[in-house]
Each structure stands twice: as structure tokens, then as C-alpha cells.
Design a protein around this ligand. Sequence first.
Ligand SMILES: Cc1cc2nc3c(=O)[nH]c(=O)nc-3n(C[C@H](O)[C@H](O)[C@H](O)COP(=O)(O)OP(=O)(O)OC[C@H]3O[C@@H](n4cnc5c(N)ncnc54)[C@H](O)[C@@H]3O)c2cc1C
Length: 429
Amino acid sequence: MFPSQQRKLYTVSPAVKCSINRSFQLTQRRSFVAKATDCLPAYADYTDSQLTVREAIAKICLNFPDSYWLNIDNTATWPTEFQQAIAKAGWLGIMMPSQYGGSELGLAEATIMMQTIAESGGGYTASSCVHMNIFGLAPVVKYGSEEQKARFLPPLIEGRERACFAVTEPNTGLDTLKLQSLATRDGDEYVLKGSKIWTSTAQVAEKILILVRTTPLEEVKKPSEGLTLFYTDLDRSQVSVTEIKKMGRAAVDTNSLYFDGWRVPVTDRIGNEGDGFKMIMHGMNAERILIAGEAIGLGIAAIRHAARYARERVVFGRPIGQNQGIAHPLAKAWCELESTRLMTMQAAKMWDEGFATGEYANACKYLAGEHAFTACETAVCSMGGMGYAKEYHVERFLREVIIPRLAPVSREMILNYISEKVLDLPRSY
Ligand SMILES: Cc1cc2nc3c(=O)[nH]c(=O)nc-3n(C[C@H](O)[C@H](O)[C@H](O)COP(=O)(O)OP(=O)(O)OC[C@H]3O[C@@H](n4cnc5c(N)ncnc54)[C@H](O)[C@@H]3O)c2cc1C
């Protein structure tokens, strides 16, 4: 028997309830190539609570058309209005405990939320600006004290505070257990010294969840020991934050952090000293499943744009979509995304029911990254020159879709995991 976890799948916070307008019916049949502003189609496999989430999120996204996201990307502007709209309707707390204002829905509902946001045309920019709120504070929910939860969760759920997540370090990359940033206890405070890289949203975040060593690597029995987690103010008078210019998702920043003598109160330490790695691992599989949902949404948005264009663009006296050379790659992309979506929903369901999901979470994240990339590339190529024009949106999706192939874990490391844990092959690193 696998352990099972009790979850209140149908509890919806008052704010979320207000945002659900039953006159908005997604359940009716809609064309796949309908514009996002005409609402998004529902899926036959959804439960009632999942349909409710799909409908309510799609309804919010109607107010943020493709032109909004194009402008946000061109001007590298944080999407404040969108993030606030999601917060105001109560969705930032979709997986948070109801006693702190959350909805206590499952990972399946949260994955649908993130797919819908990306699929609406907001792509990875839109999903990334709310992503951290959905999964990031899982260690605080599970391991934080009551006092910490009451202090940290409501401002995040209400959208009054934003959080960033700092694990990756410049010198150690994917070899997380070798991270070197150090926290030294000094009375009621810790003093942090070190650096982080690729910390997304640190330009705007008020809070940071950060993993550092409290015992140097040379002094621990196992590398997973001696790591400690803090959730604290991102105090820019003590931390230097420098943006990394990157290929896509310009509106959601990514940064290098440097700190030497950053004083953090002991009261901001989550759980016991030295237990940080276990806590970070708690949220990892959930994050991979959410990322899969986001990548699938991005891929679907791309082929939706391309299919609509292929029906309307006439060359040689017929729509370009009448040529199988254009139609079949788009159809293949849909098949790949849909099969990955079904696996992702299965992985989310298993996680919600308390099953071990390592291989499913990794596999769906891998497949979603690969198939979403193919879908975006196919969309650009299907649209000829216009696929390369910013005003047709798919070039933005192609630049963004590289991210779920690289982060939070790379394709290669996922295949290493499957090789070792599923196929029982010797560990290669
Ligand atoms: C846009 C973006 C946003 C990000 N946001 C965050 C964030 O908010 N917080 C955070 O902490 N991190 C974040 N990251 C970091 C991200 O998780 C890392 O980039 C990722 O984990 C890879 O680490 P690295 O870049 O140092 O690659 P490296 O560890 O240097 O690896 C480089 C390449 O070598 C391959 N490789 C390494 N070792 C092996 C091996 N043994 N077998 C096979 N292949 C191997 C990797 O797969 C990869 O392709 C973000 C990254 C990006 C690009």
C-alpha cells in the first residue's frame, strides 16, 4: 500500500469563490484555434474543481491579450497588473492552507492554473511571475512554525509580498550539494557570506527563500547535511543584486546575488539547522510538474497561433494549412503535447494522493520541455517570415521555451535520474 494524503480538493477560499462567474461557460465546445480572448477550451478529463479553476483563470486571462504580453516583453516591464489580478482573485494561495487565506486545492488544480496562464498567450513570462508563490513556500508550509506561517503566508497570498528562490550558485551549478555560501551563527542572528546566480525575480521580490551551508562541506559526513534554509527579507542594503541580460522572458528578471556580512534573524530560519536540503527536496517534484504544465501551455499557445495563421494565409491559391507539409508537423506537435499533458495530470494526481512521483515528475517535465520546444519551433517555421515577426508572438514563445529545457533541472540530469532510478544503471556522475 502506498501512503495516501488527505486533501480537501473542493475547498475554495472566499476570494476565489467571488472570482467564479458561473455564466462563464467553458464547458461548451470551442474551436482549438479560437483566440485566447475567446476563452480556452476545456478538457474532458477534468473534474468539477479542475474545470472551475480552468474557467476562473481563463476568465482573468481574457483581460490580458497577446498585445499586453508583447508590450511587457518589448519593454521588459514586470507584469504588475496581471500578478495583482491573479492575487486579487485569491489564486496565489491555490495550494496554501485555508487558515492563512489559501484555497488548499491540489497540485492537479495548480498545474491546470499554470498551464492556462501560459496557454492564454502570456507564455512563460506570465507563469513565471506567479510561479514562486504557487510552489515556492512549500517548505515553509510543511516545516515552518505556526508563528512563521502566520507571518509569511498571508502577505504572499494577498500579493503584498513577492518571493524569490536562491539555490543555484555560480561555482557549483547543478551540483547543488556542493554549494558554498555560508551562514555563521552570531547570537540571535546568522551572518551570511557568499553568492547565488540565476535568482529569478530578485529585482522586485521583497522576500527570499535561500539555501546556504551552516556547516562547511569538509566537516559533514554526507554532502546533504549541514545545509540550512532561510525565508527572510531581501535587504538590498546588504545584498547586491545584478540582473543577467538573457534571451527571453525579459519582463521577469534573473539575477546574480552577492553578500558578505548579511545579517539574518534566527527567527527567519525554517526548521532545524542542517535540515535545509530535505526541505528544499520536498517541493522539487511538485515544481517539476508545475513547470511541465507551463511548458505545455506555451506549446499549445504556439500551435494555436500557427494553426489560425495557416487557415487564413493563402498562397498559391489555397490556405497554407491545406499543405500537409504545414498541417502534419502541427498535428504531430498537438499529439505530443496532449500525451504529455495526460502524463502530467497523472503525475499531479499521484502527488496529490501521496504516491512517490520522482520518475513521473521528472519524465513529464522532460517531455513537456522537449515537445513544447518542437511545438514553438514548428509554429515559427509554419508561419514563414511572419513567424519571425514580433507582432505574431510565436518568436517570443520560441525564445521563452528554452527555459523549461534548462531549468530548474536540465534535460541531461533528468535522463541521468531515470537511467539510475528506473533503469537501475550505474550512476554516471
Ligand atoms: C531563466 C532561468 C531562471 C532560473 N531561475 C532560477 C531561480 O529562480 N533560482 C535558482 O536557484 N536557480 C534558477 N535557475 C538556475 C537553473 O536551475 C540552473 O541554470 C540549472 O539548474 C543549471 O545549472 P547551471 O546553469 O549551473 O548548469 P551546469 O551545472 O553548469 O551544467 C551545464 C550543462 O552541463 C550538463 N551537465 C552537468 N553535469 C552533467 C552530468 N553529470 N551529466 C550530464 N550532463 C551534465 C547540464 O545538464 C547542463 O546542460 C534559472 C535558470 C535560468 C536559465
